[in-house]
Design a protein. Structure first.
Length: 212
């Protein structure tokens, strides 16, 4: 059997997608960052459905350091808004749900379960707070990307915002948790066509990829 035959047997053409165009549109091509939302509530169950997808995405050593603070009460929302940059403040106050995506610097406490093939994994990290934070931040940030796509897969829309005082959020909303805020994400359904900006251009593959 030639390689070409093997490929056609798998019904796969290089350059084509393994998912239908509707899925590619929902997750990527037609999906937009949303700034204003309807009043429709977003339930914990909907966020759990998104988490139950994103958790399968890879992280370093299977550490899964992403943590989610679901901000719902007016008090918590007001406290979070205080730490957002001016342009982002009203969006946090108006969104049906806002998530503070954070990195757990104490992720090592779960490694006995998460890394069964390395029984001493927890102890390897126990004395290295700086190394833990670096690892937590990088893998949790990767998981934030999965989260945005997973929210879209559940039919929700996301408005991620990095314009914030992360240290202020950590002190006010995440004190004593070991969690470090990475990104604030409004979640819900778009209020209307004015909820998204016109699509800005993207770089071409030829501009971002090199082959050695
Ligand atoms: C890490 C990150 C930080 C962002 N920070 C902000 C922000 O502080 N305020 C804001 O209005 N939009 C913010 N955005 C939204 C981006 O501007 C938006 O996702 C991008 O322009 C693409 O828009 P599109 O999805 O509609 O094509 C952020 C997005 C990401 C992923």
């Amino acid at each position: 059997m030639t390689t070409d035959t093997a490929l056609s047997d798998l019904d796969f053409n290089p350059g084509e997608l393994a998912v239908g165009p509707d899925v590619a549109d929902l997750l990527f091509r037609e999906a937009h960052t949303v700034s204003t939302f309807t009043d429709d509530a977003v339930s914990d169950e909907q966020i759990q459905a998104a988490y139950d997808l994103l958790r399968w995405g890879p992280t370093a050593m299977n550490t899964l350091p992403l943590r989610l603070l679901l901000v719902r009460t007016p008090e918590a929302r007001a406290s979070l808004a205080e730490h957002m940059s001016e342009g982002n403040r009203a969006r946090v106050l108006a969104a049906p749900l806002t998530i503070v995506a954070a990195a757990d610097t104490n992720f090592h406490e779960h490694l006995g379960v998460l890394v069964p093939h390395l029984p001493n994994a927890r102890d390897m990290f126990a004395g290295d707070a700086a190394g833990r934070e670096a690892m937590a931040r990088s893998s949790a940030l990767i998981q934030v990307g999965y989260l945005i796509v997973a929210l879209r897969a559940t039919g929700l829309h996301a408005g991620p915002m990095g314009g914030m005082d992360a240290a202020g959020i950590d002190a006010d909303l995440l004190a004593d948790s070991g969690w470090k805020s990475l990104l604030v994400i409004n979640v819900g359904l778009p209020a209307g066509p004015e909820s998204v900006r016109p699509r800005a251009p993207r770089l071409e593959f030829s501009q971002v990829a090199r082959t050695l």
